[in-house]
Design a protein around this ligand. Sequence first.
Ligand SMILES: [Zn+2]
Length: 442
Amino acid sequence: MTSNRWLTSSLPGTARPAAEAGLVASRLRKPTKPLDHMRDNEDMNTLSRPVDPRALVFTPLGLGGPMGLGGPMQPQVAETFLTRECELLALPVAVPEAVRAQFAKVLRLYSDGLFAYDHFTTASREAHRVLEVALKVRFLEHYADGVPLVTEGAERRVRVSTVEELRQVLSQEARLKGYPRFKGSLASLLSWARDEGYLYGQRNRVREWATRKIRNEEMHTEFDSIYMPPDTVRTLRLVSEMIARLWGADMPSRMAYPVTIDRLPMVVGHGPLGLEGTQFALEQLAEVRDDQAEERIWFVVLSAWHEELISWAPDIETTSSPVTRLWGPGSWQDLHEAVCAPGSTWQADTVKAVDRIFYMRVCAGAVDYARSGEQVRALRGSAPDERWFVVTADTPGDARNHVHRVVTGSCKSRHCHCPVTPIYEGARLETVVRYAKEHPAA
Ligand SMILES: [Zn+2]
């Protein structure tokens, strides 16, 4: 066996099983120096099993091997990489030991994919099973004082030790209080966790829907399937984050949760021409030298550092994360006076960046900009045929896309799979203004 044969191994899905290929880590590197020779001996000790070459082309920098950039990983490097990934995916101690232990087995299965490629696929299936376990454990913890049931209008509490036990009760005319359609299924548990606020965010709602579909497909399909390591690690990140949120904890991956952003006071100068401008942190103001400062219109806002503020506007929603106006509009001199004024204590903050409520006007088939409730209340005048849509969405772009799809007939019901939750469709201005007054924070 030579390293040359190793480098010409097949792509994932077509490579021969590792045992057949006879690839053993210790044989893949030719020692050139005494130190390398020692490392190879170490490799032989720690990686004494044949590796599956398909697992080695998924490098931290992308696809390696014949169809990618660079070569495949060395087996020892791959093992270190997988071990590091699993360390980052380990559930936090806030999660009950019973759930953590089951997820730890999933991670061991995932890292064992280095030797048995099919384990990447099995790990994904198992992750979805453990997600359901975690939802059940959290459900039972949530109702530790008894599950509230309603039977023909009468309310009672029952103590159950498993969700399966509850299912038996639910099938006898009883309904879970507040959740008449709860059946104890994965779909019911996900919906319950969302309504209780454990899971949130509109794009995450689509992820939950997709997770349920994939889990059902994995469980019920008659076809064989195979997942590549990047597929599985995405699943593990999402599932671990969902499980951690059930106990109010966060994972380092931050793929779907906690979706909060750190904001700081930022200065925005618009002009002199349209779509021209500048932005910088307020604390940089004393250092800024701007030849066009006198020609710009200035604002101070609370915003994420990375947010694009040149196209931000005070009367419409255009930014992917929430931006709050603190001061402005004003001149360059006004800005300096406002900053130096006693009482200008603009502070950084951290806010949830999802589940924002957007209001959109549709007039003659054209979808207007998204607005916040406060911006809608500030509008003056209306067209006789204008209608308003109000949705919960994570970004104004998601909100407008959905409304555009409704107007053009692509979204035919309130149960489309856009990352939005409709609140009003085709309402009058007075109706949505009243809603905005009743929900001032939205
Ligand atoms: Zn839609």
